[in-house]
Design a binder for this molecule. Structure first.
Ligand code: CMP
Length: 136
């Protein structure tokens, strides 16, 4: 078993798609181990995405991620990190395969509905950033 960190981003929550995305998560075979609705502050979004601080889109990304509530998740499954990235599809919804969450719910590379950890080290950092051990 493996755990990964996922976000239903503010665009998807705002447009009323969180329930559909959670249903797709369960249908794909993930167990939800942790879940919380949270409106991130700009500082919290900047800390979470610190690895992207030098990127030109950092300001846009952190403004967007603090623009409204999102759903923070700990997902568990065999090979959960890869499985969740496959379930989401490519970062740019226009390039995501049919049947993936970003293809079905994403609007643009920034407003792309979901986030997922990209490696075991990232998952450990991201889960620890938002969840206390006791909550999981
Ligand atoms: P995410 O998986 O949350 O990780 C970093 C995010 O940066 C990514 O999803 C995209 O939503 C966002 N991103 C990547 N490239 C761009 C870009 N060129 N413009 C705006 N946002 C971007």
């Amino acid at each position: 078993m493996e755990r990964t960190f996922a976000i239903v981003k503010p665009d998807a929550v705002k447009s009323g798609k969180a329930g559909q995305i959670l249903a797709r998560i369960e249908a794909a075979g993930f167990t939800i181990r942790g879940m919380r609705l949270q409106h991130l502050s700009l500082k919290e979004a900047e800390g979470f995405y610190a690895v992207h601080a030098a990127r030109p889109f950092f300001g846009e990304l952190t403004q967007f991620m603090s623009s409204g509530p999102c759903v923070l998740l700990c997902l568990e499954a065999p090979d959960a990190i890869k499985k969740w990235r496959d379930t989401m599809g490519a970062t740019d919804p226009a390039k995501a395969d049919a049947g993936t969450l970003r293809r079905d719910f994403g609007m643009s590379i920034g407003n792309n509905a979901t986030h997922g950890s990209d490696a075991p080290e990232t998952a450990a950092f991201e889960l620890g950033y938002f969840f206390r051990g006791m909550e999981l």
